[in-house]
Design a protein around this ligand. Structure first.
Ligand code: GLC
Length: 432
């Protein structure tokens, strides 16, 4: 057995102490960033990470997460609950920032921003105020903002004599019934309308859009959720009818359909309409895309008497309170949020930067020909309740909405039970 002499031990002591004081992080030139998304987005993060290292000398190491927001949250919650020092920085869905802030996992950013000369005015004020501020402290910054859009096959609408995309849901149904009947003769896989109906956060976003476009939605009135309304029932019935009655949305809508599954159906030329976020545009326009130059973008339709609605989504960057490398970590945040990188986010990925100055850039204006539509989308944006217990509310909504979509539960029962469960969650957390 190998035994150290007293003298050997004394010589090793400083090294051991250094290891202990670093908590095992020997290389404090490395910052760990957790990101997720579509494969093209991950590729882009890889490129950004190596450019960051060239510019700042700090190694930006990526933890690659899936696309699904719920899985990404779970992943981070596990590390943060255990007070792990990595990831140092991470992207957060706007839907869970309040939970992370209330759990005190986020380092306030203002002192770092002052040192780095990064003014908060560089970002959209309402976004920063509503999503990134908690107890008067700035605890995150927007990397990009999202809103739901309707993508449509402009070549097919034209072929069948339509002058533009549908403004109402009834128009969407009648147009899709007519075109799918014809197109299915050539392509048995052709479908009318693909959207996110699987049991996950995206379903809640889709529900919010259908419901808000019928003057409904989820309102917290005196802290109690109002969900069981005529407007919401009509919207959910319509979602179910798209699958089961009109048969315009495929039956795997409620089992499989998340962002990327939906995008692929449309991208392969197998759908007339698609509901997705702005990221899908650049991928549909890629040189090898079967729907390149055949895709139009518009506001989502609405019910008679309602108006178009878009769920407000987006991803924000935060610095872990448990990071042992906060200065370097903020240098990486500063780099990611620089005009240079943010412009590239828009031109390469079609993301809507959270920075205000980007939109004056001519390159950006050329990349997003539907910039005017996007402006309108954000004008019609509806937020999910920005409360720390939102994820619990969402998991209840996901379960009931999905059960209705799958035809496993009657509408009446789902609405009554869901509202009561939501009420319990809100009472439990508001009294804490
Ligand atoms: C997008 C949105 C995010 C939303 C998610 C739902 O990533 O940016 O806010 O929660 O989709 O799937």
């Amino acid at each position: 057995m190998f035994l150290l002499s007293k003298r050997g031990l004394l010589l090793l002591l400083p090294v051991l102490m250094l290891i202990i004081s670093c908590g095992g992080d020997l290389n404090d030139n490395t910052v760990v960033l957790a990101v997720g998304g579509a494969p093209s987005e991950i590729d882009f993060w890889e490129k950004t990470a190596s450019e960051c290292e060239e510019k700042t000398g700090i190694k930006l190491q990526l933890i690659r997460q899936p696309t699904d927001t719920d899985q990404r949250r779970q992943n981070l919650v596990t590390s943060l609950r255990a007070r792990k020092s990595t990831p140092d920085i991470f992207l957060m869905d706007v839907a869970w920032i309040a939970q992370f802030a209330a759990s005190e996992w986020l380092e306030p950013l203002e002192p770092y921003m002052k040192k780095h000369n990064l003014p908060v005015e560089s970002f959209f004020e309402p976004v920063v105020r509503q999503a990134d501020t908690y107890n008067d402290k700035l605890i995150a910054l927007p990397v990009y903002v999202d809103g739901g859009l309707l993508y449509y096959r402009k070549d097919l609408l034209q072929k069948y004599g339509y002058s533009g995309p549908p403004a109402t849901w009834d128009e969407l149904v009648s147009c899709a019934l007519k075109i799918t009947e014809e197109e299915r003769k050539k392509n048995r896989n052709f479908t009318g309308f693909v959207w996110q109906g699987a049991q996950y956060e995206g379903l809640v976003c889709n529900f919010l859009e259908f419901a808000s476009s019928n003057n409904g939605g989820i309102v917290l009135s005196e802290s109690q959720p109002v969900f069981d309304t005529e407007q919401n029932r009509k919207a959910v019935k319509f979602m179910r009818d798209l699958i089961h009655t009109h048969k315009l949305s495929p039956s795997n809508t409620y089992t499989n359909m998340k962002e990327e599954e939906v995008r692929l159906v449309f991208q392969n030329g197998n759908a007339l309409f698609e509901r997705n976020w702005p990221y899908a545009w650049k991928i549909h326009q890629a040189s090898d895309s079967p729907v390149k130059n055949k895709t139009g973008v518009s506001l989502l339709p609405h019910f008679e008497g309602g108006k178009p609605a878009a769920a407000l989504g987006g991803w924000h960057i935060g610095l872990s309170r448990f990071s042992k490398n906060k200065e370097n970590a903020f240098t990486c945040i500063d780099y990611i949020l620089s005009s240079e990188v943010q412009t590239e986010f828009v031109t390469s990925l079609g993301w809507n930067s959270g920075r205000v100055d980007i939109y004056d850039n001519v390159e950006v204006q050329k990349t997003i020909p539907h910039a005017e539509i996007l402006k309108n989308v954000f004008r019609h944006a509806v937020t999910r309740p920005l409360v720390p217990h939102y994820s619990y509310m969402s998991s209840v909504l996901q379960r009931y909405l999905n059960a209705v979509m799958a035809g496993r539960m009657e509408l009446d029962k789902a609405f009554t039970e869901c509202e009561s469960e939501l009420g319990k969650i809100v009472s439990q957390y508001s009294n804490q």
